[in-house]
Design a protein around this ligand. Structure first.
Ligand code: NAD
Length: 367
């Protein structure tokens, strides 16, 4: 009997509806080929939800996401909603979805397709295939913050004035669950995990190291090494091909994943997954935003969303063969010269295509 999965689709704003439609087209073809079916329920979030309901994440959307097997999201936001109150901004929908679904780890693969190396500032000829595992719900972005007044005077005689602070804090459980997940991922890849931290300065980082060392006892087949964040940003540029899986805190992961993304070429190629407790729905979305500047023009590259859908098949639905087939179809499409304008390197001998044509090219290669 065919396996049936409930997918909550949140197209969002700008190019979001166009690219999620493309991913659904590919998913439906993959479903037929690999003998499963998808029950798709669409929900509003972001600017379109503000327009309809007056708030970025309607209860119905969160409930639908919670009741699903996985969530596929396009992107939210745009200039139309730039001046709404902070608590009503479209991006609030993402934070509330992450919190509401308990998504604590963000996975961002950074893969460089050899044919696109010219789009990368590094022009590296060596393959790059890095998985960044970023802690998503703790650390300085969620720690205690505030301001206070002080009479303190600094050594040079300048009064300190009002002090503003943010706090980096992590619980043992919070660190252990993401580190374990990163070891699992590293084990399924090239068995090399790098913990990026600032253990020469931060107590929290030293705790990450201690816990990672302990967890490594259970995953002895995985090599664990450590890099300070400042050095890691340099090494990612100097020797990106030597990295396999990276695990790091919320803020360091935020910075490093953007850097890794850029060295592989276009933002239009970068998928992501956000995961919580095993057995609960994960959320899959492209790294890029709603690209209002190209919405409705057919210029959007759908590959980041199609690759996000492949991650969904693999990580939430267990349909690894179909996931692999989509990833292979994407690399074959790139190898065959199909290019949306964001990944065009020179105009010679490339098949320039719009959003829909790129999607059809992937489908044609899906085995
Ligand atoms: P963006 O990622 O939307 O666009 C940056 C640039 O990359 C633009 O020139 C855009 O045309 C291009 N681009 C992005 N995706 C592309 C694709 N698939 N194909 C081809 N080109 C692509 O970032 P931005 O312009 O800073 O933000 C636009 C809106 O998106 C803002 O409202 C922002 O808050 C929102 N945003 C949402 C998310 C999300 O929903 N996860 C993430 C980032 C930004």
């Amino acid at each position: 009997m065919s396996r049936i999965y409930n997918i909550a689709v949140i197209p969002g704003d700008g190019i979001g509806p166009e690219i999620t439609e493309c991913a659904l087209k590919v998913l439906n073809v993959a479903a037929r080929k690999y003998n499963f079916s998808l029950k798709i329920n669409k929900y509003l979030a972001g600017g379109c939800a503000i327009d309809r309901y007056g708030l970025p994440l309607p209860e119905e959307t969160l409930e639908g996401a919670r009741a699903s097997d996985a969530v596929l999201l396009g992107a939210v936001g745009g200039p139309k909603w730039d001046n709404v109150k902070p608590e009503l901004r479209p991006e609030r929908a993402l934070l509330e979805l992450r919190a509401g679904l308990g998504l604590y780890s963000n996975l961002r693969p950074a893969i460089m397709y050899p044919e696109l190396s010219g789009a990368s500032p590094l022009k590296s000829t060596k393959p790059i295939d890095i998985m960044i595992v970023r802690e998503l719900t703790g650390g300085i972005y969620f720690g205690k913050r505030g301001t206070y007044e002080t009479d303190e005077v600094m050594a040079d005689g300048t009064p300190m004035g009002t002090v503003t602070y943010d706090t980096e804090s992590y619980g043992v459980g919070e660190i252990a669950r993401i580190v374990k997940q990163a070891f699992e991922i590293a084990r399924s890849r090239n068995k090399h995990l790098t913990l990026v931290d600032k253990a020469n300065v931060l107590a929290t980082s030293r705790e990450w190291r201690r816990i990672a060392g302990e967890v490594n006892e259970v995953y002895r087949d995985v090599t664990l090494d450590f890099l300070y964040i400042d050095n890691a940003t340099m090494q990612l540029i100097a020797r990106p091909h030597t990295f396999d899986t990276i695990v790091t805190s919320n803020m360091f992961g935020d910075i490093l994943s953007d850097e890794a993304g850029q060295i592989t070429g276009s933002i239009g190629m970068l998928p992501s997954a956000s995961l919580g407790k095993p057995g609960t729905p994960g959320m899959y979305e492209p790294v890029h935003g709603s690209a209002p500047d190209i919405a409705g023009t057919g210029k959007a590259n759908p590959l980041a969303t199609i690759l996000s859908a492949a991650m969904m098949l693999e990580l939430s639905l267990g349909e690894s063969r179909a996931a692999l087939a989509i990833k292979k179809a994407v690399s074959d499409t790139i190898a065959d010269g199909y290019r949306t304008t964001d990944i065009m390197i020179g105009k010679d001998s490339v098949k320039i295509c719009n959003t829909e044509q790129m999607t059809d090219a992937v489908i044609a290669k899906l085995k």
